[in-house]
Design a protein around this ligand. Structure first.
Ligand code: E4P
Length: 217
């Protein structure tokens, strides 16, 4: 499974990228606004750091304006993917953009049929929002499972990005479900490689090795 960083924080992205396990980045208007910096320069910096797709989201709501904005965003860097909201206007825009060869990530997907329509329109990626579904008592992981089956049934090449990830279990469950990508906030990424038994085991190895070396002298 590919792992994307779900953040617009350039410092976090630099640090995470050094691990060598990051395949891309997703941003959204909320994440960019949180940084309080110029949008274009933030996205361009991220695109230089990460050798993989970087999603930047349109802010227009009508299809022609989305398409115009997407054309501009796609010129910011070779690895920009344009995020389009899952609306009727968004579907129209995705159809045009896919015919132009501009990569799209259909965002705010909350049902299997939304995902199917996005794939039919030619989306490169669809982003089901797990955490926000769980928040209303629905099952975000189940949506990923359904999308996996539907895309496999009909041979859609659209990749599924599990978004709105809130915890370790989300990542593990979508990996088991055969999801293509999980986009993960920095604070949850840390939890993927940390384990108290690893830390305790290392302390014991270091102690035993120091004792062994002392006895060799
Ligand atoms: C990524 O593509 C999404 O915009 C992001 O995961 C949304 O996360 P949130 O539901 O925590 O805001």
């Amino acid at each position: 499974m590919k792992i994307f960083a779900d953040t617009a924080n350039v410092e976090d992205i630099k640090q995470i990228n050094e691990l060598g396990i990051i395949d891309g980045v997703t941003t959204n208007p909320t994440l960019v606004a949180r940084e309080g910096k110029d949008w274009e320069s933030v996205e361009k910096q991220i695109c230089e750091i990460v050798d993989g797709p970087v999603s930047a989201e349109v802010t227009a709501s009508e299809a022609p304006a989305m398409v115009e904005q997407a054309r501009v965003l796609s010129k910011w860097a070779d690895n920009i993917v344009v995020k389009i909201p899952m609306t009727a206007e968004g579907l129209k825009a995705v159809k045009v953009l896919s015919q132009e060869g501009i990569k799209t990530n259909v965002t705010l997907v909350f049902s299997a049929m939304q995902g199917l329509l996005a794939a039919k329109a030619g989306a490169t990626y669809v982003s089901p929002f797990l955490g926000r579904l769980d928040d209303i008592g629905a099952d975000g992981v189940e949506l990923v499972q359904k999308l996996r089956q539907i895309f496999d049934n009909y041979g859609y090449r659209t990749e599924i990005i599990a978004a709105s990830i809130r915890n370790y279990q989300h990542v593990e469950q979508v990996a088991l479900a055969g999801c293509d990508i999980a986009t993960i906030p920095a604070k949850i990424l840390v939890k993927l490689w940390k384990h108290p038994l690893t830390d305790q085991g290392l302390v014991a190895f270091e102690k035993d090795w120091a004792e062994f070396e002392r006895l060799q002298k």
